[in-house]
Design a protein around this ligand. Structure first.
Ligand SMILES: *Cc1c(COP(=O)(O)O)cnc(C)c1O
Length: 219
């Protein structure tokens, strides 16, 4: 598919869910994609991109930022505490706040810099042992703790288990966000972004449907 088809599908899904046009923001997930494909999407006027690794983003985006204005970069992959400084300097939003230690690091950096990216808390809705994220039952307390640090937390993010019906996870995330007064919901990828929009997604993270299949990871 191409970018215009994805944006049309998003508009249709918004209308079908009785949601205002433009209430869903499309994050084009450019991780591992060749530069020419990323440049093609920039040339079509898209400016919001997602990367899942700090190193990779640092390697490729500065050059694009010299050529294109107003690029917004979101981190959607796990963040090690020792890369937190680099991450807050480079990204406009971080979707993967998943532990108190990282929140404390962000709070220190926010003090020092006088600024902090928008933060979303990753929730492990499927309670998968290998997956990052706060457990659903611990989310309310975690949100309160992070808010007490004066961090700009705006929403929740999830990656549903591959084997399960995504809708259940989208509904759970929406419920957790509503009860904590959080406006942003980062959920939905290439295979299920329309469904996520029906459940209230405000950020969808779409990679392969825009750019094509990712090249096999380098080993
Ligand atoms: C890679 C990735 C995506 C995009 O996945 P596609 O299936 O290519 O759309 C979305 N979210 C996260 C967290 C990812 O790592």
């Amino acid at each position: 598919m191409v970018l215009s088809e994805i944006t049309a599908s998003i508009a249709n899904a918004e209308a079908a869910a009785d949601r205002p046009a433009g209430s869903v923001k499309l994050i084009a997930v450019s991780k591992v994609q060749p530069e020419d494909r990323v440049a093609a999407v920039l040339d079509q006027g898209h400016r919001l991109f997602g990367e899942n690794r700090v190193q990779e983003a640092a390697g490729r985006w500065p050059a694009f930022q010299e050529r294109y204005e107003d690029i917004s970069l979101h981190l959607i992959g796990p963040l090690q505490s020792n890369k937190a400084r680099q991450a807050v300097e480079m990204f406009d939003a971080i979707h993967t706040l998943d532990r108190i230690k990282l929140a404390r690091r962000f709070a220190d950096l926010a003090q020092e810099r006088g600024a902090c990216p928008e933060l979303l808390i990753q929730v492990n809705t499927g309670e998968e042992p290998q997956k990052a994220g706060i457990l659903p039952a611990e989310t309310d307390a975690f949100v309160a703790e992070v808010r007490a640090m004066d961090l700009p937390v705006t929403g929740l993010m999830c990656i549903p288990p591959v084997e399960e019906e995504a809708s259940l996870h989208f509904a759970l995330l929406a419920k957790l966000a509503a009860r904590n007064d959080l406006r942003e919901l980062s959920m939905g990828m290439s295979a299920d972004f329309e469904k996520a929009i029906a459940f209230g997604a405000t950020y969808v993270r779409v990679g392969s449907a825009i750019f094509g299949e990712r090249p096999a990871p380098q080993t």
